[in-house]
Write a protein that binds this ligand. Structure first.
Ligand code: B12
Length: 393
């Protein structure tokens, strides 16, 4: 095990634990209960076939052990987007899963060199990663549902090597470290964590930006400037505030820069994905489909339809855009004429929120002529304009 651990840490993991390949019984129960209660909000992923996603034996026949690796992706710094910039969850600043995957592959190679079979699996519908990590003793399952490591916090991505090699499993799971703290639950602007440790995906902004269809009206203001993902329940976590402090123990032992060892920017500057961590939503709305997909195609976009990215960007624009800026008007006018009803509908909302209703007749948009019921509904919905009586935002 020491050799495997050394290989993993040298390749960029921040911790590594072992559990058996026995079925993840509690995770299966949790998934089935949430599905029965509708809390999954239509998500599939591991929810689609829980009998498979909680049985590591289906990933590799004869599996005996799972090595679970974690990679920490955030240290410090509070990214503050500027005018027109959307906020993106920290885990997509860099290609964290690629780094994690490469590191886990190195662990798998050590096993294969010794004649064992080993399969790397991460962020995949075939395995509930957090449940495996919890059982491997890497952290506790918190009230915000994230796996929190006492030493590293919860800014982690998780992945596994499933193998037929018998390894000594963790002696026990980590005891709960949340105690009476409920900061994540009270900070969630949509109350998605009303039951501790149980996420109501129908209210979770991180899911809603990935879900197809119309973005629920009642959560659009709460989305604020979030274009993709949501970090609120982690930002406020005291363990994260403590472990993100400069000098906290976070350097992967022997990590090579080629595996994305830490930069001191705290993720606030630059991005190895080649796009800004805070994309300008006006610029995004001006892009054609091909450009959008080439820039953001590595994000999870429902059915890979760019209209959903535009939908999110329009809500952000409605929440943070400057109605006095001609670029705002120009891009909204373009979206109000868009062929996609999803785009038109959210453009109507954004225009109303910014007090730019005069654009409707200018763009030939008449609620009584509009064929699409979702777009029509946007004219009748309750929208709280951001413009004060004095005409200023
Ligand atoms: C579907 C999914 C989502 C969904 C739903 C998340 C969810 N909570 O179920 C959405 C899109 C909302 C999402 C969001 C995010 N996700 Co996600 N997601 C997944 C995915 C694909 C499956 C998760 C799953 O199986 N859920 C099923 C349920 C049953 O699991 P659970 O919520 O973890 O439930 C456990 C606990 O709640 C606990 N529990 C049950 N009852 C109780 C009661 C109490 C009191 C307590 C304390 C605990 C507890 O036991 C359950 C079983 O283990 C995994 C990848 C994978 N293949 O596993 C990534 C994964 C969970 N996501 C991850 C990340 C990074 C995120 C985001 C931070 C991204 C972002 N910034 O937007 C957010 C975090 C939001 C949150 N609070 O969960 C990481 C988690 C890292 C970590 N430290 O835990 C994972 C593991 C991806 C990865 N491989 O790194 N995600």
């Amino acid at each position: 095990m020491e050799e495997l651990r050394r290989a993993g840490l040298a390749a960029g993991l921040h911790d590594l634990g072992v559990t058996t390949a026995d079925p993840l019984v509690e995770a299966r129960r949790a998934i089935e209960e949430r599905k029965a209660a509708g809390l999954h909000g239509g998500m599939w992923f591991t929810y689609g076939r829980p009998e498979r996603s909680t049985d590591p034996g289906r990933i590799l026949s004869g599996a005996r052990s799972i090595l679970v690796g974690v990679r920490r992706y955030h240290r410090e710094g509070d990214p503050r987007p500027e005018a027109n910039q959307g906020r993106v969850a920290r885990y997509v600043y860099r290609r964290e899963y690629e780094h994690l995957s490469r590191a886990l592959e190195e662990v798998a190679v050590v096993l294969r060199d010794r004649g064992w079979r080993a399969e790397v699996v991460l962020d995949d519908n075939r395995l509930v990663d957090r449940a495996a990590a919890y059982r491997a003793g890497l952290g506790w399952l918190a009230k915000n549902t994230n796996l929190i490591s006492e030493r590293l916090g919860s800014w982690l991505v998780l992945g596994s090597v499933v193998t037929d090699c018998p390894l000594e499993a963790a002696a026990g799971v980590r005891p709960d470290g949340c105690g009476p703290c409920n900061r994540c639950r009270t900070a969630c602007p949509t109350d998605a964590l009303s039951t501790a440790g149980v996420l109501d995906a129908r209210r979770c902004l991180a899911w809603l930006v990935q879900a197809p269809g119309t973005f629920p009206l009642r959560y659009r203001e709460a989305l604020g400037d979030r274009l993709y993902g949501c970090d609120i329940c982690q930002e406020v976590c005291p363990v994260n505030l403590r472990t993100a402090a400069p000098g906290s123990d976070d350097a992967p032992t022997g990590a090579s820069p080629s595996h994305g060892g830490w930069s001191d920017t705290g993720g606030t500057e630059g991005s190895e994905t080649g796009i800004s961590p805070h994309p300008d939503v006006v610029a995004l709305l001006e892009m054609d489909d091909d450009t959008l997909l080439s820039q953001f195609g590595h994000w999870y976009i429902p059915r890979r339809r760019p209209e959903y990215l535009r939908r999110n960007a329009l809500i952000v624009l409605g929440n943070i855009g400057d109605p006095a800026d001609p670029a705002t008007e120009a891009v909204l006018a373009r979206c109000l004429r868009h062929e996609s009803a999803v785009v038109r509908a959210h453009a109507v909302w954004a225009a109303r929120r910014l007090g730019l209703d005069h654009l409707f007749p200018l763009c030939g948009l008449d609620p009584s002529d509009e064929a699409d019921p979702d777009v029509r509904a946007e004219f009748e919905s309750d929208v709280r304009p951001r413009i004060g009586q004095d005409g200023r935002p």
